[in-house]
Design a protein around this ligand. Structure first.
Ligand code: SF4
Length: 120
């Protein structure tokens, strides 16, 4: 049996959560969360951790040299590094509109990378 300590990031309260795992890394118990979202977060964090990707992409011919981008939803944590490499390969041409899809279905995750600002 092992325990993992983590902070729930599902809301600003940031409950301290303790997860007990058995020898097969299966979750035995979740304690410290004050709502069901914390339980879900803790179980996912132990089995399939995900993270939002946020970055910037180069823009040619615009009023700014880069535009901020993010993943439309979280992607598997272990894919973040490779996803960043894909994002770094992209150069857009102005104008870019907020919500534009910068990369569709990045690395086959089903998640799009989208612009989060306008660059005209
Ligand atoms: S467990 Fe619930 S209340 Fe606590 S940080 Fe997570 S979402 Fe917020």
């Amino acid at each position: 049996m092992t325990t993992k300590e983590m902070v729930c990031v599902s809301c600003p309260i940031g409950c301290a959560i303790t997860v007990e795992l058995d020898d097969n890394n299966e979750v035995v118990s979740v304690k410290g969360n004050t709502c069901p979202r914390g339980d879900k977060y803790a179980r996912q964090e132990c089995t399939h951790p995900e993270r939002m990707l946020t970055s910037t992409v180069k823009v040619e011919g615009g009023s700014l040299p880069v535009v901020p981008v993010k993943s439309a939803s979280p992607i598997p944590k272990e894919m973040l590094f490779d996803a960043m490499k894909e994002v770094n390969k992209v150069t857009l041409k102005a104008p870019v509109e907020i919500g534009d899809i910068v990369i569709e279905n990045i690395l086959g995750t089903g998640v799009n990378i989208i612009a989060t600002n306008d660059v005209v």
